[in-house]
Design a binder for this molecule. Structure first.
Ligand SMILES: [Zn+2]
Length: 142
């Protein structure tokens, strides 16, 4: 295999932090997959109610948005967020830090499919809604 995609949350953490800031993130008292979660304004639909946290594999990060028909399709990986919302320096640093290539550099293939709102099943959408509701429910205890 020509490229190996390195998964390492220590490398990804600063990118995650930068986007949390950019999306008006506030730390939640709840966790996502055992790690700190942040309440954010969704960069795809502009609505509050979205969250960012650690993905299930614990080596990368995710954004969840419960809004119906949001262009995020309900969730995005940090990779997709960087591609869509980071500046070009961050995108370059992200790519170069992730892809290990033993051959001359030709640039990576970045055919990230644009997932529209209908891409997720009903069950997946319900899971996103209940997960984000859980993150936001901590607000009522303040
Ligand atoms: Zn959204």
């Amino acid at each position: 295999m020509r490229y190996t995609y390195k998964r390492d949350r220590n490398f990804e953490q600063p990118f995650f932090n930068a986007l949390v800031l950019k999306f008006d993130g506030k730390e939640s008292r709840r966790l996502i997959n055992g790690y700190p979660a942040y309440k954010i304004r969704c960069p795809y639909c502009g609505k509050k109610g979205a969250a960012m946290g650690t993905a299930k594999d614990k080596e990368t990060f995710i954004m969840l948005c419960p809004t119906d028909h949001c262009a995020s399709g309900g969730s995005k990986t940090l990779h997709q967020l960087i591609q869509d919302h980071a500046n070009s320096d961050q995108w370059e640093a992200w790519r170069e830090g992730h892809w290990v290539d033993n051959y001359p550099w030709f640039g990576i293939k970045s055919q990230t499919e644009k997932i529209k709102g209908e891409g997720k099943t009903f069950k997946e959408k319900q899971q996103i809604k209940s997960e984000t509701a859980r993150i936001y429910s901590s607000r009522s205890r303040n």
